[in-house]
Write a protein that binds this ligand. Structure first.
Ligand code: NIG
Ligand code: FE
Length: 409
């Protein structure tokens, strides 16, 4: 058994379902607490200085009066990719937009060229470096999307990397098929045919090899329209893949409305979303996965997080780590932006990066809170409270990470 003792404040949302409205701000806070862990699961929680009877076979970690929360869950990343895209910065600073660069054959398509050139092993070792960094920053579960292969061979290669990372590293990796991330050069000007190819050729192989749990699509002006997105997500659903959608990132073309109609597990980005989109999401029980570091990096406005909470839409926050629109994998920075730019309360933010993020990848039953029976994924912070985590930025405020009851650092 492992015992984490001397916890100054243990702070956690509760339950297995995403929290919305005023419930998003409800966190349990226990003073002078301790957590007992056996076989990778939480077995007991103590407060007000209570402790179990100590024996020799108990390994004890002293939290030194610091804050303990659930491990962070990053529910939206594109962490497997070839190359980088720093060459785009001068173009951006010169006035080119994200979509201008993509339309000119750069952007995602540039990363596709580099990803296709890399072997599975090369991609694996590159992404494993990112996983190590994420763990140090307190992330204990991460979602990872394909979408830089855009053909059968290279999409499967990316998804196999996800599987290997999940198996061989301490982090849990949830794999998402995002073949519909851009229109590849082989299909330029034929997006409908590309969607048919994905549905008829690639998706069945993804399923046959059990390589993804979710299907995602970039529903955006000059990428995939609502009808194409719907076709893709329904094809995924038919094979048992849950639906996620990149919606209303740049233009509100109907992605969030579609998410609600389909009852997608999450709609992601939502910078430009409108009333109709939000109403539809609320009715469909969709979790909004917001990506403030992408707004920061693209110099865009920030998604209307407060309005979403007011409307009763559960809000999650993720990094969106990728080489083009957010080259940062630091979820702690997204937390800072959630506070300053979304004006969310620290308690709402903690729910957004733990339980609601877990629910955005269908893991609410097993992770996202500190409760008896849940997987023992915890972080000990170099901070006395979560306000401090939201306030300080640029430093790694993690002291120790515990994953499935194992101490990682
Ligand atoms: O979530 N918007 C689409 N996909 C990614 C960006 C990918 C890229 O630019 O390489 C995103 O921001
Ligand atoms: Fe993304």
């Amino acid at each position: 058994m492992l015992l984490v003792k001397n916890i100054g404040v243990l702070q956690t949302p509760l339950g297995v379902h995403s929290l919305k409205g005023s419930a998003q701000a409800e966190n349990l806070k226990l003073r002078n607490a301790a957590v007992a862990i056996s076989d990778g699961k939480i077995t007991a929680i103590y407060k007000d200085g209570e402790l179990p009877k100590l024996s020799d076979d108990i390994q004890v970690i002293d939290a030194e009066n610091c804050l303990v929360t659930p491990g962070l869950v990053d529910c939206h990343t594109h962490l497997v990719f070839g190359g980088w895209r720093h060459n785009e910065i001068p173009l951006k600073l010169g006035g080119a937009t994200y979509l201008d660069i993509l339309k000119a054959g750069g952007g995602i398509l540039d990363t596709v060229r580099h990803t296709r050139e890399m072997s599975e092993d090369e991609l694996y070792f590159k992404s494993k470096g990112f996983i190590d960094e994420m763990l140090h920053l307190g992330v204990t579960t991460v979602e990872s999307k394909s979408g830089y292969g855009l053909n059968l061979k290279d999409e499967l290669k990316m998804l196999r990397v996800n599987k290997r990372l999940d198996k061989n590293t301490p982090i849990d990796v949830v794999s998402t098929f995002l073949g519909a991330h851009a229109i590849p050069p082989e299909y330029s000007d034929r997006p409908d045919e590309y969607i048919d190819y994905l549905c008829e050729v690639v998706l069945p192989e993804v399923k046959r090899n059990d390589l993804a749990e979710f299907c995602d699509v970039f529903c955006e002006d000059s990428v995939f329209d609502v009808a194409q997105s719907k076709k893709m997500l329904l094809a995924g659903r038919k094979l048992g893949l849950g639906s996620k959608i990149h919606a209303d990132e740049i233009e509100a073309i109907g992605g969030a409305v579609l998410a609600g109609e389909l009852g997608a597990v999450s709609a992601e980005h939502l910078i430009a979303t409108d009333e109709r989109g939000m109403d539809s999401m609320r009715e469909g029980g969709v979790t909004a996965a917001l990506l403030p570091a992408t707004s920061f990096y693209l110099g865009k406005t920030y998604a209307p997080a407060r309005e979403m909470i007011k409307k009763g839409i559960p809000v999650a926050i993720a990094s969106d780590f990728n080489p083009g629109s957010c080259p940062s994998l630091n979820l702690q920075f997204a937390i800072n932006l959630g506070y300053l730019k979304y004006r969310m309360l620290p308690e709402e933010i903690l729910t957004a990066v733990t339980l609601n993020a877990a629910c955005a990848i269908a893991r609410g039953e097993s992770i996202g809170t500190i409760e008896i029976g849940k997987q023992a994924d915890l972080v000990i912070w170099n901070a006395p409270n979560f306000e401090m985590v939201c306030y300080r930025f640029g430093s790694n405020q993690i002291k120790k990470v515990i994953k499935k009851g194992e101490i990682l650092q």
